[in-house]
Ligand binder design. Sequence first.
Ligand code: MG
Length: 310
Amino acid sequence: MGDLASALQVGLPRRAVIREVGPRDGLQGERPVPPAGRARLIRSLIAAGLSRIEAVSFVSPRHVPAMDGAAAVLAALGDRRGVSIAALVPNLRGAELALASAVDELTVTVSASPTYNEHNVHMSIDASLDAIAAICDLAAAAGQSGPGIPVDAVVSCAFGSPYEGDISPDEIARLAERLRGAGAAAITLADTTGMGTPRVLAEVLDAVPGEVGLHLHETRGTGMLNLYAALTMGVGRFDSSVGGLGGSPFAAGAAGNVATEEVVALLDDLGIETGVSVEDVITAAQLAADLVGHPVPSRLAQAGPRTRLD
Ligand code: MG
């Protein structure tokens, strides 16, 4: 390997974990897709090799109509051995419903931006942390004999807020510490409105100790750039959405999670293992486009992989 080719590999992880969030984050802002269609999409993602999938949200259908029927989606999945199915839960009631539906993991969110948190869940950050602590207690007691159900706490607006602008990296670090103290098994930092840049990511990752995952957005054309920068900083866990669907219903212009097929293609190219097939994710992205009734934003889904033997 030449010097430049070797330099490209420095600091990169050997494997990366991808959590597919399309069935939840990708579909929540779309015209509602019936549970059978959502279950079909999840099965096609499982077939592509995705082993961690945020499948549903146990949120009030009055607030997010597209997420109605979460239990029906889970019941329609069939065999899901070897796959961890996560549900996003906004409160204790949602957590109770999710645990009754035998999910493998819970996702909770709190925003680093006080104003965004008020808009998103109508609570102060302190109140959200109290609710998350109660959810973590409930999840820890769930499951008959094992260690309980893990809770991943997603910190939204971790790299900037549309309301407060830059948020101090120390503030993010304090929030992550409080979430771990509340019982969160993992922390995921989300670039909810696409304000992250490699510089901002480096400043935040320098401040936050321990392993974190990233949830990146393409809103300002920096999603994949940030993902590559994060890989060189040792991050090995990413959220992505099939077809690049998704955004935030509470932040104008916050469209576009990084697309799973684009993430997998980049990781493949860098020799980083994911266990996921790009071609099969593209197939799932085509199904997603059929279900939502419009083309998906992913460029790779439209252009195809850079080499294709057919
Ligand atoms: Mg998102």
